[in-house]
Design a protein around this ligand. Structure first.
Ligand code: UD1
Length: 429
C-alpha cells in the first residue's frame, strides 16, 4: 500500500489548478443512463471513484471512451468522457461494486426511470456513521415504483413507467435529491421536490439534464419543479470546479502561511468556508484566474463552525478546518450536524500533538503552538486530507498510511502541493 511522506514547515507558494468536482462528476456520469444518446462530459477529474464508476456503468453495458491526452496538453486538465448508454445489458448493480462506493447506488433512479426495472445492492460506503437510503426509496415510491428489499438488494419495478409526484424530503439529502431529480425527468407529468438539497452539484446535474432536454426549474433552491419528458437526448457538459478541493488547499495555505492561487476555483461555490478562513486570518481575493489565498506571519485565529447543508459550512471541509484550528491562538468549537461519527480524524490529529476533545456532536479544539510529525492512518477521504494539512505544518516527518482514501477524491495531491514548495512525496508500497 502506498504511503505519503511529508516533512512539514514549508510555506506554500505558487499555483494549484483546481480539478472538476468529484461529487458532480459522479451523478453526471450516472445521468448518462437516462438516454440512448451520447453524453459527453468534460473536465472530469482522474480519480479512483471515477474509474470505479466507469466499471460499474460498464457492467450495465454502458460504453465509455476517454479522450487521451495529446502532447502539449496541460497535465492538470480534466479528462473528457464520451458515455454511450444506448444498450443496457444488465439492470443489476452488484454488491461487490456498489459496496465500494456509496454514490454508485444512485444508478437506481435512472435505470428505473428508463428501463422500468433495477436491482441495486444496498451500499456499504465509508465509515462515517450510518448512511441509510430510505429517502431515495421513499422518493421513488412516491413516483410510483414498487420496491422490495431482497437479500441485501433493492429490487425496484415500474412496469408502467414512473408518474410525476410531490416529493417532500424530511431532511436535506444530496444523493436523494439527485435520485429524485433524475427519476422525475422521465416520469409522466409534473413533479415537485421539496426540501431539496441546494448544493452546487445538484445545480450542475440539473444544468446537464436541461441540456439533455429535461424540463427543470428551481435547482439551487429548496423547491425543484420537473416536467417529465418522454426521452432525453445527447448533450455536452463540463463538470464544475471542485469546491471541496478548493477549500482544502485554501485551508492548507492558511495553515502553512504563504501565497497560493487556486486556479479555476469559483468563490461563489464556497462562501461560508471562505468566510471562516477570513475570520481565521487568511486573506482571500477573487480574481479572474481563481481564488488567491494568503496568510502572513500573524498566526491563526480561532473560529467556531457548524456544518450544515449548502450554503452552510460543508461537512466535507470539517476535518480540514479542524486541522487548521489545531494551531490557532485559542479554543474553537467545531460542530458536525450532517453525519454522526465524522470525527475519526480527531484521534489521528492527536498523534501529531493536537489537543481536541469531543462533546457530543462537537469537537473543542485547543490551539497548540506546535505540531510534531508522526505516523498516522487515514480513515476516510476527508479525514485523510486533514492529516496531510496538519502534516504540512508539523515539525519533522509525518507518514500518512492508507493513501487509497486520498486517491478517491484528490487528483495529483502530492504533485499539486510539492509544486508549491511542500515537501511531500508518495512512497509506493
Ligand atoms: C453527499 C456527498 C458527500 C457529502 C454529503 C453531505 C457525494 C458523492 N457525496 O453524500 O461527500 O458529505 O453529500 O454534503 O456527493 N440520509 C438519510 N436517508 C437517506 C439519505 C441520507 O437519513 O436516504 C441522511 C444521511 O445519513 C446524512 C444526511 O441525510 O445524515 C445527508 O446525507 P446525504 O446528503 O444524502 O449524503 P450523500 O448524498 O450520501
Amino acid at each position: 500500500m502506498d504511503k505519503i511522506r511529508i516533512v512539514g514547515g514549508n510555506e506554500l507558494k505558487g499555483t494549484i489548478p483546481i480539478s472538476g468536482a468529484k461529487n458532480a462528476a459522479l451523478p453526471l456520469m450516472i445521468a448518462s443512463l437516462l438516454t440512448e444518446e451520447k453524453l459527453i462530459l468534460e473536465n472530469v477529474p482522474r480519480l479512483a471513484d471515477v474509474a470505479l464508476l466507469q466499471r460499474i456503468l460498464g457492467n450495465h453495458g454502458v460504453d465509455i471512451t476517454t479522450n487521451g491526452k495529446r502532447n502539449g496538453d496541460d497535465p492538470y486538465a480534466g479528462q473528457t468522457l464520451e458515455i454511450d448508454a444506448r444498450v443496457i445489458v444488465d439492470t443489476t448493480a452488484p454488491y461487490d461494486l456498489v459496496s465500494r462506493m456509496r454514490a454508485s447506488f444512485w444508478v437506481l433512479g435512472p435505470l428505473l426511470a428508463r428501463i422500468g426495472v433495477a436491482k441495486v445492492s444496498l451500499p456499504g460506503g465509508c465509515a462515517i456513521g450510518t448512511r441509510p437510503v430510505d429517502f431515495h426509496l421513499d422518493a421513488l415510491r412516491a413516483l410510483g415504483a414498487e420496491i422490495e428489499i431482497d437479500a441485501g438488494y433493492v429490487v425496484a419495478k415500474a412496469p408502467h413507467g414512473l408518474k410525476g409526484a410531490r416529493i417532500v424530503f424530511p431532511k436535506v439529502s444530496v444523493g436523494a435529491t439527485h435520485t429524485a431529480l433524475m427519476a422525475a425527468t422521465l416520469a409522466r407529468g409534473d413533479s415537485i421536490i421539496e426540501n431539496a438539497a441546494r448544493e452546487p452539484e445538484v445545480v450542475d446535474l440539473a444544468d446537464c439534464l436541461i441540456k439533455m432536454g429535461a424540463r427543470i426549474s428551481g435547482a439551487g433552491s429548496s423547491t425543484i419543479h420537473v416536467e417529465g419528458v418522454a426521452r432525453l437526448k445527447a448533450a455536452r457538459h463540463a463538470v464544475l470546479p471542485d469546491r471541496i478541493e478548493t477549500g482544502t488547499y485554501a485551508m492548507a495555505t492558511a495553515m502553512t502561511g504563504g501565497d497560493v492561487m487556486l486556479a479555476g476555483a469559483r468563490p461563489d461555490l464556497l462562501e461560508s468556508a471562505l468566510d471562516a478562513l477570513r475570520q481565521a486570518g487568511a486573506e482571500i481575493d477573487a480574481t479572474n484566474e481563481g481564488i488567491r489565498v494568503r496568510r502572513n506571519g500573524a498566526g491563526i485565529l480561532p473560529v467556531d463552525v457548524t456544518t450544515a447543508p449548502y450554503p452552510g459550512f460543508p461537512t466535507d471541509l470539517q476535518a480540514q478546518f479542524m486541522a487548521l484550528m489545531t494551531k490557532a491562538k485559542g479554543n474553537s468549537r467545531i460542530t458536525e450536524t450532517i453525519f454522526e461519527n465524522r470525527f475519526m480524524h480527531v484521534q489521528e490529529l492527536a498523534r501529531l500533538g493536537a489537543r481536541i476533545h469531543l462533546e457530543g456532536d462537537s469537537a473543542v479544539v485547543e490551539g497548540v503552538e506546535r505540531l510534531t510529525g508522526a505516523p498516522v492512518m487515514a480513515t476516510d477521504l476527508r479525514a485523510s486530507v486533514s492529516l496531510v494539512i496538519a502534516g504540512l505544518a508539523a515539525e519533522g516527518e509525518t507518514m500518512v498510511q492508507r493513501v487509497y482514501h486520498l486517491d478517491r477524491g484528490f487528483e495529483k495531491l502530492e504533485e499539486k502541493l510539492s509544486r508549491c514548495g511542500a515537501q511531500i512525496e508518495r512512497i509506493s508500497g
